[in-house]
Write a protein that binds this ligand. Structure first.
Ligand code: ADP
Length: 477
């Protein structure tokens, strides 16, 4: 039985107890047992990160780059094995899981480069004989709280820049997916990180999150639900902790009258249902203009009904299970709510029986969604998409923007002028043209507006805005 202990101050340690890590494709498959930490473990982890900070922040860019590069190489070399672990604990299909692991490796490689590119600015002063330097320094001890839907990519895209810029880290991954985070901790330790620079504390967020803030971190990067994120932001504000939040989405994909219909259907299938719809960038709203509406509904419903739902590691599976019983129940509740509200279920939505005991759901497609419907307004986080009928493009744009979220927005159109208009007017942090709303590059900023995000962007060169603090130095001879 694989055991996943805590990593505190460079030592593997037991927690209060062991918790099972079960495969959502097959509840009979126990992926491993992970250590559940208590508040005291969290305090010790933050103290270890604090103690390791002076040495790590004084390390050379080359030393930091070498560690990140070695970690990236090992992740890439082990992508099949780590992908299998990820698919078993989270439930996305094996190809999706292997791709996510590869992404994590590429992120470490990218930030191995960034570690070497820590430039600042030199400016002429307005005063004679004075020089001004604008330099960046690490923020300090960074807490990372991550969700279950990207078990290795999100820990990677937070920890790689944190470490590249000389911070020390305490990672608290989601309870459902401790295995991938543990593998990352193990790889980073063996890649040559000094003791205490990266600490892994697994267990319940409602206990360990407050303990992490109380223990005195300098910054918190969080990805997860809106209520938890908002609560953490308030608690960080009163403690003066720098905070970055990535939360929900209710991402619209507009289908204009002139769209390539086959392409639009594929964008919708991919964006709404791949990774079992459990992506914050999922195309959960499909805003379709009147001229193509009926054809689109018919074509997408047929595709939706034919999607093969099954065990995440079976070769012919297109859609894996929901990640947990709670998620399956929540999705089924929303499907019932949608029908009560008057939206029309045109495909799927039923629990799928397989030879395994798992959380299987046939992707659900609703039509005739209205802006007042809860299934149009609230993030469901699963393979449930709703079509909203639009009179024309201006109406579609208004519907697309009529949301409290603003992570990603997409449009399918053959018109350069519509594409350009949408790119400028979509109220979202990321805009996709003739692409699904989900699926991003790792070397460019990731993040949203409105209720989706708070604080500086993640990923790419922009990551340094959160993981460094600026110092302005004035020098006179
Ligand atoms: P989800 O609905 O995706 O599980 P959560 O926001 O509950 O979203 O979880 C995201 C991460 O936040 C997980 O690692 C979880 O353990 C953690 N978490 C949950 N509650 C709290 C809390 N009160 N304080 C800090 N972290 C929390």
């Amino acid at each position: 039985m694989q055991r996943y202990p805590l990593l505190i101050g460079g030592q593997w340690r037991d927690g209060l107890r062991l918790c099972p890590n079960r495969n959502p494709s097959d509840l009979g498959d126990l992926v491993g047992e992970y250590a559940e930490a208590g508040e005291e473990d969290m305090r010790e982890a933050v103290a270890a990160a604090r103690a390791a900070l002076p040495r790590w922040r004084a390390s050379t860019p080359q030393q930091r780059s070498d560690v990140l590069d070695a970690a990236g190489s090992e992740i890439l070399a082990r992508r099949s094995e780590l992908g299998l672990l990820l698919a078993r604990e989270e439930g996305k299909t094996l190809p999706e899981a292997v791709a996510e692991v590869s992404r994590a490796g590429q992120i470490f490689k990218f930030f191995a480069g960034e570690a070497l590119r820590q430039e600042g600015d030199v400016l002429a002063s307005v005063r004679p004989g004075v020089e001004v330097l604008v330099e960046r320094e690490p923020v300090g001890v960074v807490g990372l709280i991550t969700p279950w839907n990207f078990p290795i990519a999100i820990p990677a895209w937070k920890s790689a820049p944190a470490l590249a810029f000389g911070n020390t880290v305490v990672l608290k991954p989601a309870e459902l997916v401790p295995g991938s985070a543990w593998a990352l901790a193990d790889i980073l330790k063996r890649a040559g990180l000094p003791d205490g620079v990266f600490n892994l504390v697994t267990g319940p967020g409602r206990v360990l999150g407050p303990a992490m803030l109380d223990a005195g971190i300098d910054a918190l990067s969080f990805t997860g639900s809106v209520p938890t994120g908002r609560q953490l932001a308030r608690e960080c504000a009163v403690r003066g902790i720098r905070v970055q939040l990535e939360m929900g989405g209710k991402n619209p994909l507009v289908v204009a009258d002139d769209a390539d219909l086959a392409q639009a259907v594929e964008c919708a299938v991919n964006g709404a249902f791949y990774s079992t719809g459990q992506r914050c960038t999922a195309s959960s709203r499909l805003v379709v203009c009147a001229g193509v509406h009926d054809h689109f509904v018919e074509a997408l419903a047929a595709r939706c009904a034919s999607l093969r739902v099954g065990h995440a590691t079976s070769p012919d599976t297109q859609i894996g299970p929901l990640a947990s019983e709670e998620q399956l129940r929540k999705n089924l509740d929303y499907i019932a709510i949608g029908q009560q509200e008057g939206a029309v279920l045109v495909a799927g939505g039923q629990v799928v029986e397989t030879r395994y005991r798992g959380y299987y759901l046939q992707p659900a497609l609703f039509a005739e969604g209205l802006s007042t419907h809860r299934i149009v307004r609230e993030e469901i986080f699963g393979p449930v998409a709703v079509i909203q009928r639009a009179d024309d493009y201006p109406h579609a744009l208004a519907l697309a923007n009529d949301t409290e979220f603003g992570l990603a927005a997409g449009i399918c159109t053959r018109s350069l002028s519509l594409a350009s208009h949408f790119r400028r007017h979509a109220e979202a942090g990321m805009v996709m043209v003739n692409l699904p709303t989900a699926g991003v590059d790792y070397h460019v900023p990731f993040g949203g507006r409105k209720g989706s995000s708070f604080g500086p962007r993640e990923q790419g060169r922009y990551a340094r805005e959160f993981y460094t603090t600026v110092k302005t130095a004035y020098l006179a001879a």
